[in-house]
Design a protein around this ligand. Structure first.
Ligand code: ADP
Ligand code: MG
Length: 300
């Protein structure tokens, strides 16, 4: 496209809340055959809330809440924020004897799995089943049952282990954005397929995919895995757009032909992307592709 055409299109995009950083993305967007969506914060609203908390061993609800808060308070993850808020409420409800939450030592982030740390003399793990397996914490059938019952309802389970034993769990819900289903179906009518990529587990991701009509699920992946999925599709000759909001999406946003960041997302994702969806609405994935189609057809 000529510099003038790019300028005109950028201006039109900007007025609709679609910031296009360069001519390259604008020229590629009309060729997009697949849109890869991140799950949390992209397809979902990204404000997770705890719907239940359960105990699986002799530890009390107060102990579960105190140790969970102590570790999760240091995590930036949206799941951690939801769990901390809920645990604080429960702590009050169960009349916690101490006012202060205990400190954490040796805090560690396990990318795509959870967090860990020492609270007093106890070792605490907070995260998914993969984290428990990696740390040799047995997951009994009672816990397995709780997990699968929640995952088929598109919920994510946060497990808490104290000294190598599952003490309890929190089930977290994060509803899909109201426009998600409409946008996916419109993309399909444009001949564009859709994929979900997520660090979350397969059952939860599949439940979300079914809810919004997404064709393919790529779950339990780390940031590099997300980028590799984009590259695989490109290797098959497809022009790929990636839509994401998190630090964990930035390698995939860079790898994609057209990286689109959710405006409400992290600065790192916004920097990595070619296009910023300022209003954080998935509708603007279509606005961007449409703008490119119109610009490119006017030129040829
Ligand atoms: P997503 O791709 O959905 O944004 P992430 O890669 O950030 O997911 O995380 C993948 C999974 O790791 C989460 O679904 C959760 O099970 C687990 N996890 C990561 N961080 C935390 C945390 N701070 N507390 C609990 N669970 C976590
Ligand atoms: Mg995300």
């Amino acid at each position: 496209a000529t510099p003038t055409a790019v300028m005109v299109a950028s201006g039109m995009g900007a007025s609709q809340g679609v910031l296009i950083k360069g001519g390259d993305a604008l020229e590629k967007a009309h060729k997009v055959k697949t849109v890869v969506f991140d799950k949390t914060g992209t397809l979902t609203i990204g404000k997770p809330e705890v719907v239940s908390a359960v105990l699986f061993s002799e530890f009390s609800m107060e102990e579960l809440c105190d140790t969970t808060i102590a570790v999760e308070v240091s995590s930036e993850h949206p799941l951690a924020k939801a769990v901390v808020a809920h645990a604080k409420r429960l702590r009050q409800k169960f009349g916690s004897s101490t006012v202060e939450v205990p400190d954490v030592d040796d805090f560690e982030v396990h990318m795509g799995a959870g967090v860990s740390g020492k609270v007093g003399h106890r070792t605490i793990l907070v995260g998914n089943k993969r984290l428990m397996h990696a740390c040799n914490v047995p997951v009994c059938s009672e816990v397995e049952k709780y997990i699968s019952e929640n995952e088929i309802q598109a919920r994510t389970c946060v497990l808490v282990a104290i000294d190598g034993k599952i003490a309890g769990a929190f089930s977290v819900t994060d509803p899909v954005k109201p426009e998600a289903k409409r946008v996916i179906s419109f993309l399909h009518s444009m001949g564009i397929s859709s994929i979900i990529v997520t660090g979350d587990n397969r059952a939860t991701a599949t439940a979300i995919a079914n809810e919004v009509g997404i064709d393919e699920v790529f779950a339990e992946t780390d940031p590099v895995g997300k980028a590799n999925k984009v590259k695989d599709l490109q290797m098959k000759g497809m022009t790929v757009a990636m839509v994401g909001d998190g630090i964990n999406d930035s390698p995939a946003l860079v790898a994609a032909d057209v990286g689109m960041a959710i405006g409400a997302g992290t600065d790192i994702a916004i920097e990595a992307a070619d296009i910023v969806l300022v209003k954080s609405s998935l509708e603007d994935v279509i606005t961007a592709i449409d703008l490119s189609r119109k610009t490119m057809s006017r030129i040829r």
